[in-house]
Design a protein around this ligand. Structure first.
Ligand code: PNS
Length: 166
């Protein structure tokens, strides 16, 4: 039987609990899930691709069907190399829909065998984004339960201690 390989692509700068919730929700549906970190220096990421691969690798280590890789260029080309047909994307709110709809249709136009599956994260994370994690961390806000301790430690190492010293 053909193995069901899905790809969960993104910037993951950094990964947060909303992403991890989506990954966990994928487990029953796919034989393999590849978390695919986009290499794009134009986005001026806070964390290098190597740092993101290392962090995500630690966080998914307990799930044998999940692995992390980086990619550059077209997502559909990367998926072809893997033999993957499904793109997984999280939909947090209606505001995500338009961009996601465009990306899904463009990917299908580029490779008609590729389908996008949208997953809805736990409602506790529906407002969460990597951008907000970085902003709130910088301003000393409490992020407990929103990002894993490994990520908070890496943010502290990169940005210095938070304003409240935690
Ligand atoms: O976490 P992000 O930044 O929303 O992820 C966006 C991502 C990486 C999924 C998207 O930018 C992407 O797939 N980039 C690869 C380039 C590509 O294939 N572009 C055309 C398809 S829309």
């Amino acid at each position: 039987m053909t193995r069901r390989i899905a790809v969960y692509p993104g910037s993951f700068d950094p990964i947060h609990n909303g992403h991890l919730d989506i990954i966990e929700r994928c487990l029953p549906s796919f034989d393999e899930l590849v978390v695919a970190v986009l290499q794009n220096e134009q986005k001026r990421p806070l964390f290098s691709v190597e740092e993101r691969l290392e962090t995500i690798g630690e966080l998914v280590a307990a799930w044998p069907s999940v692995r992390v890789e980086s990619f550059s260029g077209l997502l559909v080309d990367f998926m072809d190399q893997l033999g993957a047909r499904i793109v997984v994307r999280g939909l947090r709110a209606v505001s995500d829909f338009e961009t996601e709809f465009q990306m899904a249709l463009m990917n299908r136009r580029l490779n008609p065998r590729i389908e996008t599956m949208f997953m809805v994260p736990k409602e506790d994370y529906s407002f969460l984004s990597s951008r907000l994690i970085k902003e709130v961390f910088n301003l000393g806000g409490v992020l407990d339960g929103l990002a894993p301790p490994q990520v908070l430690a890496r943010l502290a190492a990169k940005l210095g201690p938070r304003e409240d010293g935690r």
